[in-house]
Design a protein around this ligand. Structure first.
Ligand SMILES: C[S@@+](CC[C@H](N)C(=O)[O-])C[C@H]1O[C@@H](n2cnc3c(N)ncnc32)[C@H](O)[C@@H]1O
Length: 194
């Protein structure tokens, strides 16, 4: 078992954490077959059970406050959980899975993580709201990184009756990027530098 490291990564942190007992939010777009996946911003690990169905090795990264909440959960200690980005970014994965994380980070952190992800994995799956909490256009930041070939986007909206996402459309990456709608988008990014 890999211990959760107490060290803080010393950067601004968001305190939004999804409870582990919440149902996983599996992607609606097809993901490549993978051996290893990093759940970036895993929170309390609600997506671990889904990720276990597509990858043999599931790792998680999040800030210390979030990972502390994993203790006691059945998945705690069964996978590699880290809150030290300097350690995690040295590792290599088949897929980085970033679900509902990037939109909560400051713009410079989103740009920094997008730069960091590209040499870490050939694919990055992103589920994000179009606009971050600070108003940045997340899909524009993907283009500005110059590190990815993005696939088509699935457009999702929150269904208030089920509290789940529902698919409301599809769009090319460029069309999604130009859209004024602040909906959620799923996209698979192919790294140009891995
Ligand atoms: C809305 S939750 C989503 C959690 C999980 N991905 C899910 O879909 O259930 C946002 C997550 O981003 C995490 N987060 C905030 N700052 C972060 C950072 N600098 N690096 C990685 N994760 C971060 C939070 O701790 C939280 O777990």
């Amino acid at each position: 078992m890999m211990p959760v490291m107490p060290k803080r990564d010393g950067r601004r942190q968001t305190r939004i954490v999804t409870h582990a007992s919440a149902k996983p939010e599996p992607p609606t777009i097809e993901l490549p077959a993978v051996e290893s996946v990093l759940d970036f911003g895993c929170g309390l690990g609600r997506n671990f059970s889904y990720l276990k169905t597509i990858a043999r090795e599931v790792s998680g990264f999040d800030v210390p406050e979030a990972l502390a909440g994993c203790e006691g959960h059945p998945t705690y200690g069964t996978d590699r959980l880290s809150n030290d980005w300097n350690v995690t970014r040295q590792r290599r994965f088949d897929l980085i899975f970033a679900s509902l994380v990037l939109e909560h980070l400051p713009t410079e952190r989103v740009a920094g993580f997008l730069d960091d992800f590209a040499p870490m994995a050939p694919y990055v799956y992103v589920l994000t709201r179009a606009r971050s909490d600070s108003g940045a256009a997340i899909l524009d930041l993907v283009v500005e990184s110059r590190a990815y070939d993005p696939g088509p986007c699935r457009i999702l909206d929150h269904d208030p009756s089920t509290h789940r996402f529902r698919v409301v459309g599809e769009a090319s990456f460029d069309a999604a990027r130009r859209s004024p709608d602040d909906l959620h988008y799923e996209v698979l990014l192919r790294s140009r530098v891995f």
